[in-house]
Design a protein. Sequence first.
Lengths: 267, 510
Amino acid sequence: MLQPAREILRFRSLLATLTSRELKARYRGSVLGFLWSLANPLLLLAVYAFVFGFVFHSRFEGAQPYAVFLITGLFPWLWASSSLLEGSMSFIANAGLLRKAVFPVELLPTVAVLSNLAHFLLALPILGAALVLGHLLGYPLGGWAALLMPFIVLLQLPMLVGLTLGLSALNVHFKDVRDIVSNLLTLVFFLTPILYPLSTLDAYPALWWLVRLNPFTPFTLAYQQTLFFGVVPDAELWLQMVLVATVAWICGAWLFGRLRETLVEAA
Amino acid sequence: MAERDEVIRVEGLSKLYRRMAPGGKLKTLKSALMDRSLTRGLRPEEAITALDGVDFTVRRGEAFGLVGGNGSGKSTLLKVVAGILRPDAGRVTVDGRVAALIELGAGFHPEISGRENVYINGAVLGLTRRQIGERLDSIIAFSGLADFIDEPVKNYSSGMYVRLGFAVAVHTDPDVLLVDEVLAVGDEAFAHKCLRRIEEMLAAGATLLFVSHDLGLVEGLCDRVLWLDRGRPQRLGPPRRVVDAYRQAVAEAESAEHREAKEEREREAAEDGRNERRWGSKQARITGVRVLAGGDERYNLTSGEAVSFELRVEAARPLTDFVFGIQLSTPRGVEVWGTNTHLAGFVAGRLAGAAVVRLDCPRLRLAPGEYLLDVAVHGRDGAPYDYWSHALAFSVTAAEQGIGVYFPSHRWRFAGGVEWEAGSGDGGEGQPIGGEAEVAGKSASGERREATEQGAVTEQGAVTAQGAVTERDGAVEPGRTGSAEAAAGADGGRGEADAPGAPTEEPGEP
């Protein structure tokens, strides 16, 4: 199970090179360049804030200002979902590299996760600015608990790398994986308390449990607690994150390990 | 030979590829999950054997060549040795750092600059950032792309792409160099540069596994050669023997192909009327055409050998006016030579029933290439009874390349301030002008004392074909390395030049 992790750590300098290649190539030739890392989530945020805050007039209790609440869940979610989407394609997209060079293939899905993490981190100033602004407007937002956020990122990292390892290996054999993943992500997005606080569902126990058992929920809750509410997540939540990360890693690494030797030929 | 000198050891290597059966996806995945292989448990019709029982070892410092047709498994073998593909059976052990020059520029990203790609490619090939930084200038200089190094790679030509890829690959200090037909993409000058570099690395103790369709190059560069045919090793040994055996097999296959095509045409002709390339009144008919060489029906000829063209004809009714003719042309329509019995002064008497007509050419000195044969029976006024255009095709090979259609016996001679690399060209120092006259041309039956076919073009082309004026890459340059010199000599004058620079284990020529 730990073999992929060892390989990733052993080739960390190559990993860094490949990630920076990804980042450099991403916006090469575009006028705004890396500003798209800020613009993309902002535009999405504007759409959601408009639809839910203005059109639907949603007045979520304890989630005001709504746009700031949205950011704290949405930005990490964008990291997770684009990592999974891009990561599951990484072997197919880099088939040339797989077939032509002796290469630690586990790096490729990891590159997808890390380059999207970089975009997430680049967008953090927006999140910070939103929190400060909310604070200045008199909302009781944020606090020292925000300093715990890096630990949540560190827990979500193995979860995402594990999942992308498994998905990308599977995708080499079944091109359907990509479509399944993208549709599943849309579904899971609405089953994660990002657009609404979990307490909204208190009246619907079945739905509440469905959302609560969603593996992405503990992370979303933790981001919201540390960043938006300024609360330190309780031990139970940390434990859930550790559990999800471990299980995701084990499943992904197992699948990858079984399929690893077949990748070059099938890609 | 001590064990530790074996750098590459391949034992009983087999490699299968699966045929993609529709709907076999789930099965594929299941077998991959169950036993980590895509090919185990496949039925014979579901698998293609890419390599079958290949054994060989390569010693430190040796240049080992692989030849064979397309799909013979050469590239698969290289990829297995590189560790990119896994064998289905057998074992491959490689001792040392491998650089696989298989498809160059693996991992180049089109959007970013050549310089940045050097870093990435170098990292993929196992160099640290600092090592790449130290070698960057040398890499760029070698690639000859200094002016374009900050351009995005997507603007590079395919040749530039390969130049940069090769430059990075040879700067990784490999112990084992795997080269797959990469020299074909760059221009002549760069190919020479790459070869020199490969030879320098060999001289420094690197080991080479070399795949090329350039047989002359393989002969010149390699110490031993393995010929693969559909994944099975055919022959392993000194380059000349193996390459000759391979050439022979190719020529025989070509001959068989020509013969089949001819028989097909004859069948069509027998069914009559369907042949656009055949016309005439059919008062007399051609019932068969053959090319005979060395007493056998053969369609792969060696320039200068004795060849006979044979026609079988049949007259429906006895004829008193008839001429037999043949004509040779190239596939591009150039008429090479034609003659007929009328031109030769024969005056027709009587043709009745079946007859055989044979034209003997004691030395058919055609330049290497493909030729088509037209045959005809017609009246003295030219009215065709049976005119058969492109009745058959045959190929001609020669010990030395040349252009055009005629291959006269010839010999270069020099006087004054001309000097050649010892042992290069046609067998030594060249004959001084004013020595004894006329030496019978190369006996074309393939003694191959001199330049081998392609070898003559790549390394020595300037000498044999264009004369000394154009490019004299290396040959007159004073400071060539010993190994390059030996290889240049080996390239050209293997026969006589075997003694200096030839590997010790190569047995003398028969």
